[in-house]
Design a binder for this molecule. Structure first.
Ligand code: HEM
Length: 569
């Protein structure tokens, strides 16, 4: 090493060899040669000692400085998202927080980072969330391994936050309970049960459009709140058999409570200091969340009491989940099916029934409403596609679709199955705006992921939105193109590159219910209105956030005008 014209070798047996005129290889020469060349060893020895200390200190300083600079450069590269080497080990981590500093900045930043990291590390990488490792994957092959593995049936600790409300409902249940209860609940979503819900979908959707009439020919308005209240009324009618009337009752406390609870979950998930229960439930946020949860539980409990009394009054007239019933007899109400299970098999307690009903409301209301929000936004933004969907409705319903706008459409399972183009539109919307951008699991044994071991007890995160928006699997990924879902094109699609309802054994139980309901809503809206946007916002400019589920940063708005009455060709 050369310092100020003095050469110093950092090898133990050549430490004292210093000569400004010597060549760079002097210190490797035999000792005798050096003694001959340098006859004043004592003086040189002192100088060498001092220099060595300085050198050592300077070396340490240089090393530290180098680490700081390289860390800062890497950090800036990640934060500013320039090119970044695709090696996850190089993702700078900080003591105590790990990589969590990347998520600072709110729910919009979190979603953005997840998508960007998915691009930088297109397979799987380890993300340090404080002291916890989360293995994040954006690879369909790895996702398949995760979702199909019996080692990842368990959900990770984030889901614990939902347990005060949803208890042992399917979303939050530990694997041992989930295994049994999933089988028990499955019949409530079989074709016979689904058929019985169709009338409720149509009735509630007409109430929604009647309320939307107040926006006719006006400026753009926020569509989500109309859709959400429809979803809530519909899910409460089919899960609990009650008419909540959130759509007609402006000040619905139930709706308010659900919003507050969901906002509380999100805030806790992004604030690691609120993770311990003994901290969270002492904060104003935690206390208010429990207040709202208690209110929601009271409502479900009172419905349980009421329904039980009804069942006793009705005696043995209950219909089993797979028995056909008259269309006018109303929906097969989930809660009643669950009572039958608890009576017949003594499997479910009242608390478990409540957990399942509450879970269905959480799982089914906001998810459907958010998706529908984007379906209507996409239709308003793509007039040609809206026209095609409308023409399909004309083909199915004939003149009836056009002329009878105050009444329900005659929706049947067969009619819903014929809405093939509309289904592509909904699927493409769910690709671009997937309600659950990420899902988590926990490994209960070591898991091999693409040749690397994910240790037992780790969290695994599936970056669903990262895959859905990846150019690798979806060329021209941000283009809204429903024909990606034509049977011919979709057959060529990489398996596990499309997961709006998750996949594997813990996939969405209500996927068919949701699709039927969304088709009914879309048909009811489009038969009556033409949707438009004053200024179309390209998909890439719709600002999104991860707020428990996917949400828009700014409310999405559309304009509606009455569809001109005309006769189908
Ligand atoms: C567009 C609407 C919907 C979407 C996008 C959706 C999506 C999902 C996703 C991604 C999961 C997996 C969650 C996870 O692993 O963390 C899930 C689970 C679930 N969903 Fe849905 N869902 C929708 C509508 C519904 C509806 C309407 C219901 C019921 C009426 C429902 C009931 C459930 C249930 C019970 C689970 C838990 C399944 C289990 O763990 O066994 N979902 N859903």
């Amino acid at each position: 090493m050369i310092l100020g014209g003095i050469r110093v070798a950092l090898f133990p047996d050549s430490i004292k060899t210093v000569n400004p005129n010597s060549s760079s290889t002097d210190h490797f020469k035999p000792r005798e040669d050096r003694d001959l060349v340098y006859p004043q060893p004592v003086i040189y020895y002192k100088t060498e000692r001092m220099d060595l200390l300085t050198v050592a200190m300077l070396s340490v300083a240089c090393f530290v400085l180098y680490r700081i600079i390289s860390f800062t450069v890497k950090l800036l590269k990640v934060v500013l998202l320039c090119e970044y080497p695709p090696n996850a080990d190089e993702l700078p981590s900080l003591p105590f927080v790990g990589h969590a500093y990347l998520l600072v900045g709110g729910t919009e930043v979190i979603l953005k980072r997840i998508l960007e990291l998915g691009k930088i590390y297109p397979t799987s990488f380890r993300f340090l969330f404080g002291n916890n490792s989360v293995y994040i994957t954006t690879s369909p092959q790895h996702i398949k391994e995760i979702l199909l593995s019996p080692k990842t049936i368990e959900k990770n600790y984030f889901y614990e936050f939902g347990r005060p409300w949803m208890g042992d409902g399917l979303i939050t249940a530990p694997a041992s309970i989930w295994e049994v209860h999933r089988k028990l609940l499955q019949p409530s979503f079989n074709p016979v049960a689904l058929k019985s819900y169709v009338k409720t979908f149509a009735t509630q959707s007409v109430i929604m459009t009647k309320r939307m009439d107040q926006q006719l020919d006006g400026p753009e308005f926020e569509i989500y709140k109309y859709i959400f209240l429809n979803s809530l009324d519909t899910i409460c009618a089919t899960a609990m058999g009650i008419n909540l009337e959130a759509q007609v009752n402006e000040e619905c406390q139930y709706d308010e409570a659900i919003r507050k609870v969901m906002a509380g979950f999100t805030e806790r998930a992004v604030s690691p200091w609120l993770y311990p229960d003994f901290v969270f439930y002492r904060t104003p946020l935690g206390k208010d969340l429990m207040k709202q949860v208690n209110y929601l539980h009271e409502l479900t409990d009172s419905v349980i009491r009421q329904k039980k009394a009804e069942i006793v009054r009705r005696g043995d007239q209950r219909v089993s989940a797979d028995e056909e019933r008259d269309a006018d007899a109303g929906p097969q109400i989930l809660i009643e099916n669950l009572f039958r299970l608890s009576d017949d098999n003594k499997t479910l307690t009242d608390k478990e029934v409540r957990d399942h009903v509450d879970t269905m409301i959480v799982a089914g209301s906001d998810t459907t409403a958010i998706t529908m929000n984007y379906v209507l936004l996409m239709l308003a933004s793509h007039q040609d596609i809206q026209e095609k969907v409308y023409q399909e409705l004309c083909d199915i319903f004939g003149e009836h679709v056009l002329n009878d706008d105050s009444e329900e459409l005659h929706i049947t399972m067969d009619v819903l199955a014929r809405m093939a183009y509309m289904e592509r539109v909904i699927k493409e919307t769910m690709r671009l705006f997937v309600v659950g951008p990420v899902t988590f699991r926990k490994t209960t044994e070591d898991l091999d992921l693409g040749g690397h071991t994910v240790p037992r007890g780790s969290s695994v995160m599936v970056n669903v939105m990262g895959v859905h928006r990846s150019e690798k699997y979806w060329p021209d990924a941000l283009k809204f193109d429903p024909d990606r879902f034509s049977p011919e094109r979709f057959a060529k699609q990489e398996p596990y590159s499309y997961l709006p309802f998750s996949g594997g054994r813990r996939n969405c139980l209500g996927a068919k219910y949701a699709m039927m309901f969304m088709k009914t809503m879309t048909a009811t809206v489009l038969r009556k209105y033409v949707l438009t946007k004053d200024k179309v916002v390209p998909v890439e400019d719709v600002r999104l956030k991860l707020d428990f589920l996917l949400k828009s940063v700014h409310p999405d708005t559309v304009r509606i005008k009455r569809r001109a009455k005309q006769h189908a060709s």
